[in-house]
Design a protein around this ligand. Structure first.
Ligand code: GLN
Length: 310
């Protein structure tokens, strides 16, 4: 498939999807995200062997937010194995908003239902090995450097602090989980790590490369060396399909049918199995916290290039 060569069509699809940005809003519960430009939409597609196409304002950087949950999960699975990770977090979609607390209380045991909701992601981040926040974050960043081939990627301090200072709901989730022995250790350090992880900053091309590795059996984009064990890459794609777009994952699977993960910055990472990796940034969000124009763009891409995996 040579999607990257279809340059005019890609630009046109971005132009068409751009009109949907005016129907959404940028996230404002993290104050630093509220200054984003609602009218942006950018796209990168990576097809391996340095073949990349981009449209829109592609060098614009943004924070990973919830997309980081997929990468933290991979690291925790490499550190603790499936039994270790899934003893503390489940495998089922919730149908609730990403930051919901309700099922923690009504389900017994009080284990978060999956690693893509905030409660589950906090439990997963708590399992990353390392002696300090810096060491754990450093391991996650090195992993991302390897996935993208871009060793300048770091976290945005301003976004991290802005979230840390206002993360009272995530704090409540984490303290609740500590009470129920799902997380251990100092909760403020966990919040520090989680908010820094969410504030890791990339551009669309970086995101498309990460998506490509996940979609292509966890192999390095150039050398073919295994960076993510195959069974872990499968788990990542499965969670992206069942829970990656929060409580819109079912509708998204029907309309787009590509394993994808969104973040409240407006980013979406989509991994076509044995196909292209797609990175999108469009900060105007719908009421569920997904990029409104980004989802429209993925729908067009999926139709035009027959990318639906079902
Ligand atoms: N950092 C964000 C939070 O925890 C991530 C959520 C998201 O992108 N949906 O609220």
């Amino acid at each position: 498939m040579n999607i990257c060569g279809d340059y005019e069509a890609l630009n046109l699809m971005v132009e068409e999807a751009l009109q949907y940005t005016k129907h959404g809003k940028v996230a404002n519960y993290i104050p630093a995200l509220s200054t984003a430009n609602r009218d942006l939409l950018s796209l990168s597609i990576y097809e391996g062997e340095s073949t990349v196409a981009s449209a829109g304002d592609t060098f614009k950087t943004f924070t990973l937010q919830s997309i980081s949950k997929v990468l933290a999960l991979a690291l925790a699975l490499m550190d603790k194995g499936e039994d270790g990770v899934f003893s503390r977090v489940g495998m089922e979609p919730t149908g609730d908003p990403f930051n919901s607390i309700i099922k923690l209380e009504t389900h017994s045991p009080s284990k978060p239902l999956n690693p893509m909701i905030n409660a589950g992601a906090l439990a997963v981040t708590n399992m990353i090995e390392g002696n300090s926040v810096d060491e754990k974050l450093g391991r996650l960043l090195s992993f991302i450097h390897e996935l993208t081939g871009n060793s300048s990627i770091t976290f945005n301090e301003q976004v991290a602090i802005s979230e840390y200072n206002t993360a009272d709901l995530n704090r409540s989730l984490a303290y609740f989980l500590k009470q129920h022995d799902v997380v251990t250790g100092n909760i403020e350090r966990l919040l520090e790590l989680y908010t820094k992880q969410c504030a890791i900053e990339v551009n669309c091309e970086d995101l498309a490369k990460i998506a490509y590795v996940i979609g292509n059996e966890g192999r390095h984009v150039e050398t073919g060396r295994s960076i993510i064990p195959l069974h872990i890459a499968r788990i990542m794609k499965t969670f992206m399909t069942t829970c990656g777009m929060y409580n819109a994952s079912g509708e998204f699977a029907i309309k787009v049918g590509i394993p994808s993960k969104s973040g409240v910055s407006g980013a979406i990472m989509a991994s076509v199995p044995h196909g292209p990796g797609i990175g999108i940034y469009g900060p105007s969000l719908d009421e569920k916290g997904n990029s409104i124009a980004g989802m429209k763009l993925l729908e067009s891409l999926s139709h035009r290039y027959d990318l639906n995996i079902f």
